[in-house]
Ligand binder design. Structure first.
Ligand SMILES: [Zn+2]
Length: 328
């Protein structure tokens, strides 16, 4: 059993301001909203429970998970197939844990699957969408009266077999040069594992999705994208190569110029903070974060606590980063 450890390692505390919205109320001026952001909780079966426990103890208003929900090496994997094992985990452990949590605490949760979670089981999450939690992919939700949250979970091609959540990044830059990607793998959209090959000439790209997503943006927003932006301290793999998304980078740049994006939250490259030494960076003064994640039972659970600040919640600060807690 995991033992609760003292929280240490407060690395950052700084403030980023973005242009103000025009809407005004006393409540919005005085209100501060506290957010627990984490990602890749699939890295340990303990991370889901650590996340819920810490959210309670920290008194946050919202939890945001940046994708990859279902743990590796599920106990039922050997008896049945991986699709059934992932479905069983969602039904028997994930949804009941969040249901139990929401019965005790009125804390909003925003999350979605990502490239390690087979998409055929997303309907199990859909049943509870906008009730127990809000699904993020290609959606916009109201985080506060003045701030939205917008999500995107597809990643550029990877060296891995699961292809449900992979697409070419842009037509000219389908994936990072030098990355040893595997274009063939399996998809699950028909409820069975079927062979598939990513078509690098397809017009169905991450960039095209971002154009579509841009059409629903009106208010200031926090962006949650499983893949981090290309060529940042947030997208560095074990050999030092940058493998993030160029389109994500362009999306952040575009919306920073429009004064709408407050922060951009990422994951996917668990090891990036260990390689680059950074969990955050700025693109055009927009705070971008990948807290990373650690693997295996009783491993460190990595997350950040954020706070929306200022009039209209127009700024954001990192209150703390943690890599030491494992609480059940
Ligand atoms: Zn992951």
């Amino acid at each position: 059993m995991c033992q609760s450890r003292k929280r240490v390692n407060v690395y950052y505390s700084f403030l980023f301001l973005v242009p103000k919205d025009t809407f005004c109320s006393i409540e919005n001026i005085l209100n501060t909203v506290k957010i627990l952001y984490t990602t890749d909780i699939h890295a340990s079966p303990d991370h889901l429970f650590s996340m819920l426990s810490i959210a309670k103890n920290e008194g946050v208003d919202s939890i945001i998970v940046g994708g990859d929900l279902i743990p590796h090496h599920l106990p039922d994997e050997r008896q049945s197939n991986i699709l059934k094992a992932q479905a069983k985990y969602l039904k028997d452990i994930f949804v009941p844990a969040i249901m139990n949590f929401r019965e005790q605490k009125d804390i909003c949760i925003y999350l979605d699957m990502a490239n390690d979670d087979y998409i055929c089981n997303r309907d199990i999450l859909q049943e509870h969408n906008n009730d127990l939690f809000h699904l993020l992919h290609m959606e916009k939700h109201h985080l506060t009266d003045t701030v939205d949250i917008v999500g995107y979970m597809v990643v550029p091609p990877t060296p891995f077999n699961r292809k449900d959540w992979e697409k070419p990044d842009t037509p000219e830059f389908p994936f990072s040069p030098g990355n040893q990607v595997q274009l063939s793998g399996h998809i699950s959209s028909n409820g069975i594992l079927e062979k598939a090959v990513i078509d690098l000439n397809s017009s169905d790209t991450i960039e095209r999705d971002h154009h579509q997503l841009s059409e629903i943006i009106d208010k200031p927003f926090i962006f949650v994208s499983h893949t981090p932006p290309y060529r940042t301290p947030l997208d560095v793999i074990y050999n030092g190569l940058h493998v993030g998304s160029l389109s994500v980078r362009h999306f952040i740049e575009k919306w920073s110029k429009a004064g709408k994006i407050i922060a951009s939250l990422h994951g996917h490259i668990h090891e990036s903070p260990g390689r680059s030494g950074e969990i955050s960076t700025k693109i055009n003064n927009v705070l971008c974060i990948n807290p990373g994640q650690e693997s295996g039972r009783s491993s460190k659970f990595r997350y950040v606590i954020l706070q929306l600040t200022g009039a209209f919640s127009s700024g954001i600060e990192i209150l703390k980063t943690e890599a030491g807690a494992c609480v059940k």
